[in-house]
Design a protein around this ligand. Structure first.
Ligand SMILES: Cc1cc2nc3c(=O)[nH]c(=O)nc-3n(C[C@H](O)[C@H](O)[C@H](O)COP(=O)(O)O)c2cc1C
Length: 210
């Protein structure tokens, strides 16, 4: 049950210790964890932007409804979706499968063609929502890995994506920010670290069907 202890240790940090910086190997671990996130069809329509620049982080505060975690944190992770999920993108994914696994076109083509046909029928908004769902999966994965690695974090939806995209040049890269995750170390006087977790009773949360 060690993993449960780690999950109880984590909480949404409201005040980070701005003097403490995460070692590079912890950041590398989070990058790997992000890239290992399971995604629908394996298409990975998401990109992680890693910000470690106090001046930029300071500018993010006003686009985060004044939430200071983005400037206090050691690093700010921004989970973005790619705006180019089209036939060419899907094709590149299958080329990568061929390269990595050596699977032949004969085997891959029926699935590739079905997937392309499926995506070509989808509205842009539908693809966007599907991509956002993958961003949330990556957030969950990162939150858990942070807990296991004793990295403090705060998941955040409370920011203005269009302002972030403009400020960080994400728009030109064909990206849209979806979620923000400041990471670092909790401040000694963050009163939220002492608060009890508020959760449903486990019986309300789970149904066993035997
Ligand atoms: C998707 C998502 C968005 C959130 N957005 C914010 C936010 O903008 N600011 C904040 O302080 N907390 C934010 N939270 C933190 C939640 O309020 C917090 O996780 C929840 O109350 C449970 O508390 P705990 O994480 O400390 O156990 C967010 C959490 C999630 C999962």
């Amino acid at each position: 049950m060690d993993s449960i202890k780690d999950l109880e240790w984590r909480y949404a940090v409201k005040k980070f210790d701005s003097e403490k910086i995460l070692p590079q190997e912890k950041i590398e671990c989070l990058k790997q964890a992000f890239n290992l996130t399971a995604t629908s069809y394996g298409l990975q329509p998401i990109i992680l932007a890693v910000i470690h620049n106090k001046e930029l982080q300071n500018k993010l505060v006003e686009h985060s409804y004044g939430q200071k975690q983005v400037v206090q944190a050691s690093h700010v992770l921004i989970i973005c979706i790619q705006n180019d999920i089209n036939e060419a993108y899907i094709n590149r994914y299958f080329e990568q499968v061929k390269k990595v696994r050596g699977t032949s076109s004969d085997i891959l083509d029926p699935f590739k063609n079905a997937l392309m046909a499926d995506f070509s029928r989808k509205e842009v908004r539908e693809i966007e929502q599907w991509s956002k769902n993958q961003a949330y999966l990556a957030l969950g994965n990162l939150l858990t890995v942070c807990a296991l690695e004793k990295i403090d974090s705060c998941p955040m939806e409370g920011f203005v994506p269009s302002a972030y995209d403009e400020l960080l040049g994400l728009k030109e890269k064909g990206l849209t920010s979806v979620l923000v995750l400041p990471v670092g170390y909790r401040a000694d006087d963050d009163m939220f670290s002492e608060l009890k977790k508020v959760r449903k009773n486990i019986e309300e949360s789970i149904i066993d069907i035997n």
